[in-house]
Design a protein around this ligand. Structure first.
Ligand SMILES: Nc1nc2c(ncn2[C@@H]2O[C@H](COP(=O)(O)OP(=O)(O)OP(=O)(O)O)[C@@H](O)[C@H]2O)c(=O)[nH]1
Ligand SMILES: [Mg+2]
Length: 391
């Protein structure tokens, strides 16, 4: 399963974002370093369920909206020079070794400084946050490589790049991304000759390529218009930015759980089901969220999760055992959905279902077309696949 890391400066709303996505009860508070040990949970990507093409609903989606699981971790806040151990330091950055992508939650309202201290709305420039977090991430990567550089470069001189790839594999950075970047950047061909400055430049590009960063501009409910415009302009500079109110999403998710509203994560609006259950304060709070959602087209939390996964070039595929009815052997319609890297084959899907099925894979059937496909078939978004194996 892919894993998304939530990073950012202290007090920006990382844990609120995490809790709104996972509904795991964790500490949230208006001061820096509320989170010390990382929180782990499951969040979901939203898409249209293929059962909407059938006469019956599958029972695994909400009104035709399917939620496919991904792993999420919420880490301690990062401050300038965290890579040198400042704040809670680099040990916490190491939680990001295992992630496929990073969500950098920034405080769009500018009401907290880089250390998470409250300074008042509009007092801190959120663009500074974007820069320093990117720098911390690239310096963290640089330090990990640089620490062993003498040994690595000596080995590379003798045996080629494999030792470098292995080192990066321990950070979930794949060989192809690394090769592509070496070829693209204007750096000496002999990697073992790279200077510190060259390795630093490389690390800065590699972190962005191998763990794509999405900027989540949070607290839009209290953000001055000027900051909204500034953050929107970041998109023109090539950054991925989604505006959110994590606090709003959390309130909606909890209200939905308590039967107060009808809301599916990612909806642009919600409906109050039982107005009598609400006191005046609660009703006002919900109405404020409604206004914000109208302005921004939703709370942004689901959009952020979907964007991260889309940027990773993932597709959703549905394994079934009965290719005519799209069911498993117990008659459950479209029981599972899996996220796979674009370019994956039916055998890759078989391995995700179970390693034994992967090992004993024979061929697959495209259930939409009812045709047999071979092991080199490239799976497409929304494919429904029966795997035939000897097991
Ligand atoms: N107005 C507003 N406040 C928010 C929003 N999201 C979070 N907050 C508030 O921001 C404060 C910090 O939230 P946390 O989720 O604990 O922040 P964090 O980034 O995890 O903080 P650390 O763990 O200390 O690094 C809390 O008071 C939240 O209620 C939002 O969308 N709007
Ligand atoms: Mg936290």
């Amino acid at each position: 399963m892919i894993k998304i890391g939530i990073a950012g400066k202290p007090n920006s709303g990382k844990s609120t974002f995490f809790k709104s996505a996972t509904l795991i009860d964790i500490a949230i508070a208006n001061y820096p370093f509320t989170t010390i040990d990382a929180n782990h949970g499951i969040a979901f990507v939203r898409s249209i369920c293929p059962c909407t093409e059938l006469d019956t609903r599958c029972g695994h989606c909400k009104d035709g909206n399917r939620f496919t699981p991904i792993e999420m971790i919420d880490v301690a806040g990062l401050v300038p020079d965290a890579h040198q151990g400042k704040g809670l330091g680099n040990e916490f950055l190491d939680n990001l070794r295992e992630v496929d992508a990073i969500i950098d939650v920034i405080d769009a309202s500018g009401s907290t400084d880089e250390y998470g201290n409250i300074v008042g709305i509009g007092r801190y420039d959120p663009l500074k946050e974007v820069d320093f977090i990117e720098r911390e991430l690239s310096m963290w990567l640089y330090n990990i490589i640089h620490r062993d550089w003498n040994k690595i470069s000596r080995k590379m001189r003798m045996d080629g790049l494999n030792v470098f790839f292995d080192k990066l594999a321990s950070l979930k950075i794949n060989r192809q991304d690394t090769i592509d970047l070496i070829n693209k950047m204007d750096l000496p061909d002999e990697v073992y000759r790279w200077s510190d400055e060259e390795l630093m430049r490389f690390s800065n590009q590699l972190i962005k390529k191998s763990k794509p960063i999405l900027i989540v501009a949070n607290k839009v409910d209290i953000t001055p218009e000027e900051n909204i415009e500034k953050l929107k302009r970041l998109k023109d500079k090539g950054y991925n930015v989604v505006l959110t109110t994590a606090e709003g999403e959390l309130a909606l998710r909890l209200a939905e759980k308590n039967g107060i509203i009808k809301y599916i994560p990612g909806d642009k609006d919600f409906e109050i089901l039982n107005i009598k259950k609400l006191n005046k304060k609660q009703l006002n709070a919900l109405n404020l969220i409604k206004d914000i959602m109208r302005k921004f087209g939703g709370t942004g939390v689901q959009e952020a999760i979907n964007t991260v996964v889309f940027n990773l070039n993932m597709i959703k595929v549905y394994p079934v055992e009965n290719e005519k009815k799209w069911t498993d052997k117990n008659g459950n319609i479209l029981p599972d959905s899996f996220l796979l890297k674009r370019g994956s084959t039916p055998r890759d899907l078989a391995y995700q279902v179970h390693s034994e099925i992967g090992e004993s894979f024979l061929f697959a059937i495209d259930a939409r077309k009812n045709v047999r496909v071979g092991e080199n078939y490239e799976l497409k978004e929304n494919d429904i696949i029966k795997i035939v194996s000897t097991k």
